[in-house]
Design a protein around this ligand. Structure first.
Ligand code: CIR
Length: 259
């Protein structure tokens, strides 16, 4: 099992009201003050599981900058700075570097370069294999460069088309111990058939993006069927309210880099 010692998070900014939204989960605007409280609760919950948190200051220039999972992909051996194709998010890749440099030496830091694009929400690690979603945010060239980098460290990777919405991890999550949460569509993907899959009911789609932190699974508030399933697999669970982030398509994994 992956053992995380650190997370990097970034406080939400007031400009999050202008964050990008597909309307996939809600048409409402987030309430900044509530988001601040929810963010703090998220960080404290992860800290309560024995993980150290580096919490970065809010960045008003980038409405979606609290979603630090997207501008970088981190693992024990290296960090990869990604390259968002969305103009309002692309500059986050520069802003995350100082935090990354606190943990990684220069020779451990790599970059996805144009014409390659990628966001971390499309990258899912299963043991030593990365599944990389090909989406509106991550293209084939980005996935090719990613493969070249991670293969230096003994990882493999393959691509999975994302056709339902934003990122791969909105539709499939690996919970460890061979367990996966999937959408009905991801349930059909042959690469995932070797896993013990739970098809999350359509009305609970947001709960796919649950997050295993060192054996305990954080589950978004309000999704009883998925919660009961995760409990039945034997995981201790903690329910976390991320409703304000959900309004701009942000879920649990998006709010941290974990390593
Ligand atoms: C965006 O559309 O970029 C943000 N509003 C949401 C990003 C969510 N990130 C993630 O799932 N990793």
């Amino acid at each position: 099992m992956l053992k995380f010692e650190n997370i990097i998070a970034r406080k939400p900014c007031k400009a999050m009201l202008e964050g990008i939204s597909t309307g996939m989960f809600s048409d409402d605007k987030p309430v900044y003050e509530k988001a601040v409280d929810q963010h703090q609760e998220y960080v404290e919950t992860i800290e309560s599981l024995g993980v150290k948190a580096l919490v970065l200051d809010a960045l008003e220039e980038y409405p979606d900058s609290c979603f630090v999972e997207d501008p970088a992909v981190v693992m024990k051996e290296c960090a990869i700075i990604t390259n968002s194709p969305r103009e309002s998010r692309n500059g986050e890749k520069y802003e995350i570097v100082p935090a990354i440099k606190k943990f990684y030496a220069d020779e451990q830091i790599f970059h996805i370069a144009a014409p390659g694009t990628m966001e971390g929400g499309d990258v899912m690690l299963v043991e030593k294999h990365f599944y990389v979603g090909l989406s509106d945010r991550t293209n084939k060239e980005g996935a090719r460069q990613f493969n070249e980098i991670v293969s230096k460290f003994g990882y493999t990777s393959s691509t999975i088309p994302v056709t339902e919405g934003l990122h791969l991890k909105d539709f499939v999550i690996y919970l460890e111990n061979n367990n996966m949460l999937v959408s009905a569509k991801m349930n059909e993907v042959p690469e995932f058939h070797e896993f013990n899959r739970f098809v999350v009911p359509t009305e609970e789609l947001y709960a796919i993006n649950s997050l295993n932190i060192n054996g305990t699974v954080l589950v978004p508030e309000g999704y009883s069927k998925t919660l009961e399933h995760i409990k039945s697999l034997g995981y201790p669970v903690i329910v976390v309210n991320t409703d304000e982030f959900k309004k701009i398509d942000g879920s649990l994994t998006c709010l941290s880099l974990r390593f």
